[in-house]
Write a protein of this length. Structure first.
Length: 127
């Protein structure tokens, strides 16, 4: 999802050393000086703006993880962003993750390892 100069995206990966599946919502900006606040991270002003050079592992704004043969979720994480161009949003994020095989019936059945991401909310423009 792109809102002005800020893009939110999902990442799903297995860390092989721990055999743990991670689902993350991350942000990036095309111009320095974005503001961002969530239940997992915060960039609220100098010197902590979200910039084009902010490392990816520091741009995580919602995350969940699950061990092999289990499922997990993080729901109702709030995210607020404001790009340098004045475009912003207040969002609610949810992540569902499934790693390996789950013996019970589950809505997360289309792949062995998978994440599903949800964002809802409203956009605004600072004037």
């Amino acid at each position: 999802m792109t809102i002005g100069q800020v893009t939110l995206y999902g990442k799903c990966f297995v860390e092989t050393g721990t055999n743990t599946l991670y689902g993350e919502v991350l942000m990036r900006t095309t111009d320095d000086g974005a503001l961002a606040l969530s239940t997992d991270d915060i960039y609220d002003g100098d010197p902590e703006f979200l910039n084009t050079t902010t490392p990816e592992d520091a741009r995580r704004f919602n995350a969940t993880n699950t061990l092999n043969n289990t499922a997990g979720a993080t729901v109702d994480a709030t995210i607020s962003i404001a790009g340098p161009d004045g475009n912003g949003a207040h969002l609610v994020s949810a992540i569902w993750a499934k790693h390996g095989t789950i013996p019970q019936n589950s809505a997360l059945v289309t792949a062995t390892d998978q994440c599903e991401f949800s964002l809802s909310g409203e956009k605004y423009l600072i004037q």
